[in-house]
Design a protein around this ligand. Structure first.
Ligand SMILES: [Zn+2]
Length: 314
């Protein structure tokens, strides 16, 4: 019973629970220990137990940076004391740096970027954070990912992943003006993902390299343009062999022979799309009017039938 235990014993129960991976239980013990220490007037130990509680609270809410920041505040207030976390012992100062970097990681990765300027800013923040992980964490694994998720992650591998994200943000900042340059940044990102062991994200980056780097000639206006999906799009079309032959003179393709698709620059594509949409709406209105006329006729004949039935009953 926690009631008869000394605060030191309760603190130890917290450590034991943490070692077993029972985070909620550890949190409860640390909180109880902090309260008991406080009642005894032992401010230093109470603050220490409170610090442990704040650290363990991260486990329950590890996707939001809030838990990290409140733990950071508690851990910083401890000064340079050794902390016992699972099987590891770590200085509160070193842990504070790790917590701060992990919190920034969540914030920077979640930062919304839509405009080129926002993408550029995000790229810069990601790059700076990558450098901090590389220079400010020691060469042992990060303590919290190991403690909470049994993941062995070095600061260096965090730096790799953040650098890859940074290259992708850089690419997105450039794609509106210079899709070829954007493709080059995705190429760098691809290499970083491979180095980080993320084949899946490397493949995604590789497909961006292909589409952003691809150059075509617009079937309609003849403009040469690169950046598939952004500056030009493929449109389904029926192509005869003769039609295909006539388009062969250009160095850049105007159609994809394997899929019966032509390429249209964004300007031509959106003009055609908008015209088709306007026509579809007009057709729908015509149809609606015809249906309304028919509905009215049906309504009238039902009313007529009802009158006849009630006439027969009389
Ligand atoms: Zn065009």
């Amino acid at each position: 019973m926690a009631l008869f235990k000394s605060p030191e014993q309760i603190l130890q129960s917290g450590h034991d629970a943490l070692l077993r991976g029972s985070f909620a239980e550890a949190y409860g013990n640390y909180k109880a220990a902090s309260m008991k220490f406080s009642k005894q007037g032992n401010v230093v130990s109470s603050r220490l137990a409170e610090g442990y509680a704040a650290i363990v609270a991260i486990a329950q809410n590890s996707t939001s940076s809030n838990a990290f920041y409140s733990a950071l505040q508690s851990v910083r207030s401890l000064g340079d004391v050794p902390l016992k976390l699972g099987l590891r012992e770590i200085s509160a100062l070193v842990l504070a740096t790790e917590i701060e970097l992990l919190a920034s990681e969540i914030d920077v990765l979640n930062a919304r970027a839509v405009t080129p300027a926002e993408h550029t800013d995000k790229a810069r923040r990601l790059r700076e954070l990558a450098t901090r992980f590389r220079t400010e964490t020691t060469d042992t694994v990060l303590v919290l990912p190991e403690l909470f998720f049994k993941q062995s992650i070095l600061g260096e591998s965090k730096a790799l992943v953040l650098s890859a994200h940074s290259e992708e943000a850089m690419a997105e900042s450039l794609v509106m003006d210079d899709p070829k340059a954007a493709a080059e940044h995705y190429q760098t990102a691809r290499l970083l993902w491979m180095q980080a062991g993320r084949q899946d994200l490397g493949d995604v980056a590789a497909s961006r390299v292909r589409s952003y780097g691809k150059a075509v000639r617009c079937w309609f206006c003849g403009r040469e343009i690169s950046g598939e999906g952004i500056h030009f799009l493929a449109m389904p079309s029926d192509l005869t062999e003769l039609v295909k032959k006539t388009a062969k003179d250009s160095a850049l393709p105007a159609f994809d022979p394997s899929q019966s698709q032509i390429y249209a620059c964004k300007g031509c594509h959106s003009a055609i799309y908008k015209m088709a949409e306007a026509q579809a709406i007009e057709k729908m209105r015509e149809l609606e009017m015809r249906i309304n006329v028919q509905l009215e006729q049906i309504r009238q004949s039902i009313a007529e039938t009802n009158r006849m039935i009630s006439g027969m009953r009389r």
